[in-house]
Write a protein that binds this ligand. Structure first.
Ligand SMILES: [Zn+2]
Length: 88
């Protein structure tokens, strides 16, 4: 659900700078807990690419939210890192 008020300003994508999570508000679920985040930690933007760019500029390790952006979500597990390395 998009929110018109600051800091959301009607934008679709939200980067939580505290957690590095990126949310898609058009697919938001209750487990995203958007309303529990600190408003000053949230950066709102129009595209996923913009959220990724902003995270990299700030040096934040980003991750797609497991609930609303599962296609961009990465599990922070050593086993998965190893299997990705093996594929390369
Ligand atoms: Zn989410």
């Amino acid at each position: 659900m998009r929110r018109e008020q600051a800091p959301f300003n009607g934008k679709q994508f939200i980067l939580n700078q505290a957690t590095g999570e990126i949310h898609d508000l058009d697919r938001e679920t209750p487990r995203c807990a958007i309303d529990e985040a600190e408003p000053e930690q949230l950066f709102a933007c129009d595209t996923y690419a913009e959220a990724v760019l902003f995270a990299s500029v700030l040096g934040i390790t980003r991750n797609g939210c497991a609930h609303c952006m599962p296609e961009h979500h990465r599990e922070a597990q050593a086993g998965e890192d190893r299997s990705q390395r093996d594929r390369i």
